[in-house]
Design a protein around this ligand. Structure first.
Ligand code: SF4
Length: 430
């Protein structure tokens, strides 16, 4: 494929200093992030993101064969942006039985899935046992299926209903430990929305604030569980608030990866933290010579979990209490993926989640805007439905391969932990 010259200088001269930093592997600061959101030179922003994406992943683009399970849409909260939740007795309210969940697991195995992605509402009456039983039931039916389950707000809810809600991060750790014993493999990273108190109070009051969200992920990382980090954007937040969100997550990832980076001889120069102080930065997006051993952490080289993937999610207003808003446009979606790639310089992967971005848009994000992952075959997804889609939102491996290859990239099937998957007939191996 003929590619445009990604080494060209930006058309917007105010991006020149950012371009120099990106080329040199120097961390971008808050002002840089805000400039990337302000410029009209969107293609220079994308070119910089593509440069670092190719440094990190070459021509590879990742997907997986997965299934989503939404075990219940009944929720004690009523976030204004959410079209998924129902109250008990509402039309369309549901909770899956353990037998139904077992059947889902069997179907997942039959379809060759390597992962089940499990999230739901904050059900007011289900007991903690329901969740551990659900994981154990899937584990029994499908021992090899990786269970990526529960957003941070669900984990906090489970701490409350299991009587450990007042124990802070110790209670969170205990809940995660129980879930891990029942089969939990990692956390998906949803529910972060935008880390800002004003945005929180306007759009998802009642949900946990960012400190609690980050505590859940810190506890998971300490237990060796990997997680992802999302940002639901394009509703009531400002670009500066998006940058702030990126910086808070980046700072936490620095703290998580510092020991590994030092052991890997990666230079960790001081950089600004979110609060204006400085601390060592772990930058993974620089030129190859910055990484004398490995560019990215692996389970063999780092004994904690970490944020594997950053996932900007565009707000879909349809059927939510915020449906008077327009939601982000395609250009804003491209830009946000690209800025995420540039600001999340210590997160290995950036995902264009095709279900919410649409497959054609996700393809362009892989080709030009810094994304290296497109998610998977999905099958059932009840959280958001773009352009009138129903809960059956499925694409095939053939469809994913075609989208990736037409973007000029090489499809790599991965498992949840980004290990390449090899298939021979109906069997698969890592
Ligand atoms: S976003 Fe999550 S917590 Fe908020 S109403 Fe929807 S399901 Fe409930």
């Amino acid at each position: 494929m003929i590619r445009c010259d990604t080494t060209a200088a930006p058309c917007d001269p105010s991006l020149a200093s950012i371009r120099e930093k990106v080329e040199a592997g120097v961390r971008l600061d808050r002002a840089d992030g805000e400039a990337l959101f302000a410029t009209e030179d969107i293609w220079s922003v994308c070119a910089m993101a593509d440069l670092v994406r190719r440094r990190m992943h070459g021509d590879r683009a990742y997907y997986n064969v997965n299934r989503h399970l939404n075990y219940s849409n009944i929720c004690a909260l009523s976030c204004t942006f959410c079209a998924f939740h129902r109250k008990k007795g509402d039309d369309g309210a549901y909770e899956r039985t353990t037998d139904e969940i077992r059947e889902e697991a069997r179907q997942a195995v039959a379809s060759g899935a390597t992962e089940m992605h499990i999230v739901g509402g904050l059900h007011p009456w289900l007991k903690f046992d329901y969740y551990t039983d659900m994981l154990r039931a899937i584990r029994e039916e499908a021992p090899r299926l990786h269970l990526k389950a529960f957003t941070a707000v669900e984990i906090v809810h489970l701490a409350r209903i299991s009587g450990r809600g007042r124990d802070g991060i110790d209670g969170i750790r205990a809940v995660l430990s129980d879930l891990r014993d029942a089969g939990l493999g990692s956390l998906p990273g949803g529910g972060a929305e935008v880390f800002d108190d004003r945005v929180h109070d306007e759009a998802f009051k009642g949900k946990i604030r960012h400190g609690a969200w980050m505590d859940v992920h810190q506890a998971a990382h300490e237990l060796g569980l990997h997680t992802n980090a999302t940002m639901l954007y394009g509703h009531v937040e400002s670009p500066a608030e998006r940058v702030n969100h990126f910086m808070l997550l980046r700072q936490q990832q620095d703290d998580t990866l510092l020991q590994w980076a030092n052991a890997s001889d990666i230079n960790t120069p001081d950089a600004d933290r979110h609060d204006g102080s400085t601390s060592p930065a772990v930058v993974l997006t620089g030129p190859d010579e910055m990484y004398p051993q490995r560019r990215l952490p692996t389970s063999e080289t780092c004994d904690t979990g970490w944020y594997q993937c950053a996932i900007p999610l565009p707000f879909v207003p349809d059927d939510s209490q915020l449906e008077a808003l327009h939601g982000p446009t395609g250009i804003e979606n491209l830009r946000t993926i690209a800025v995420a790639r540039l600001m999340f310089d210590n997160v290995p992967h950036v995902k264009a989640f095709w279900i919410m971005q649409t497959l054609p848009m996700a393809q362009i994000m892989l080709q030009s805007a810094g994304a290296d992952d497109i998610d998977g075959t999905v099958v059932w997804y009840d959280i958001t439905k773009v352009e009138g889609a129903g809960t059956h939102q499925e694409t095939s491996v053939v469809g994913l391969h075609r989208a990736i290859r037409e973007a000029g990239l090489e499809p790599v099937e991965r498992d949840t932990l980004y290990r390449p998957v090899t298939r021979a007939g109906e069997t698969w191996s890592i």
